[in-house]
Ligand binder design. Structure first.
Ligand SMILES: [Zn+2]
Length: 259
């Protein structure tokens, strides 16, 4: 196995009703929801990022519905988080986007003019869906100006693929038509699987509770995907990294995984 290095970058948080992440009857219960990016320093593929967090211009760019439902209470730019690791946006060789919702693509603008913006991997079905939604008045959590950048070159991912023997991307048909999950094989830490927003939190995973609201068209897509993640977790004895789990972020910080 290669000497790949992994860091989870903390990019601030929003505060929202818990029911948006884990279905529950109490509307008043609020939850902190962190934004994270995964930094991968790989011996042959170079330096890759998985997701980029929010835009610094959230107050002017996000619509009223997003600002009301998901108010940002802390913002850390991907640029500042990379600087903590001694890196600049121009050091990044490629970006993997789990999906194109605002809180995952908001940092793309920091990569204008860099090689990373020429190598932006996203699920083909997700790319089609995002453009369809923003061009038909059904944008939801997609904000066109964040991903439709002048020089961006998307690399559409059509099926589960391996970028190297220790980096694998897999498609999940939950949350959106196609969310890219990430499976990494690390020498020390073993297998790490990042689900992104198909499973927001450990509670949701362990207690098999889908998110509330209408993000999934039917609960079945959540459960089908959860079963697959569970099977993968067992097969690879993997540690899971969930989409927006503040408790997990605190544990990662304690283990020195997080900056
Ligand atoms: Zn998200």
């Amino acid at each position: 196995m290669s000497k790949m290095k992994l860091s989870v970058l903390y990019l601030g948080k929003i505060e929202c009703q818990r029911l948006h992440l884990v279905a529950c009857p109490e509307e008043e219960t609020m939850i902190q929801s962190p934004m994270v990016s995964v930094l991968i320093q790989h011996p042959t593929l170079g330096t890759l990022l998985y997701d980029t967090g929010n835009t610094p211009f959230y107050n002017s760019v996000y619509g009223e519905e997003i600002r009301k439902t998901y108010p940002i209470t802390e913002f850390i730019s991907i640029e500042d988080a990379l600087a903590e690791k001694g890196l600049r946006p121009s050091d990044i060789d490629g970006i993997i986007l789990s999906h194109l919702h605002f809180d995952h693509v908001g940092g793309l603008q920091y990569f204008a003019g860099t090689k990373a913006l020429q190598n932006v991997m996203v699920a083909a079905e997700e790319l089609k869906n995002a453009y369809y939604c923003v061009m038909t008045g059904t944008a939801g959590a997609y904000v066109k100006s964040l991903f439709d950048l002048p020089e961006i070159r998307f690399v559409p991912i059509q099926e589960d693929i391996s970028l190297a023997q220790d980096i694998h991307l897999f498609l999940q048909a939950s949350h959106t038509p196609a969310v890219l999950g990430l499976r990494l094989e690390l020498e020390q830490e073993g297998c790490i699987i990042a689900t992104s927003d198909t499973i927001y939190t450990q509670d949701s995973y362990e207690q098999r509770i889908p998110p509330g609201g209408s993000i999934n068209k039917t609960p079945e897509e959540f459960f089908e995907n959860l079963d697959r993640i569970q099977a993968m977790q067992q097969e690879y004895q993997a540690t899971l990294l969930f989409g927006h789990d503040f408790e997990q972020v605190k544990r990662l910080a304690a283990r020195g995984f997080l900056v």
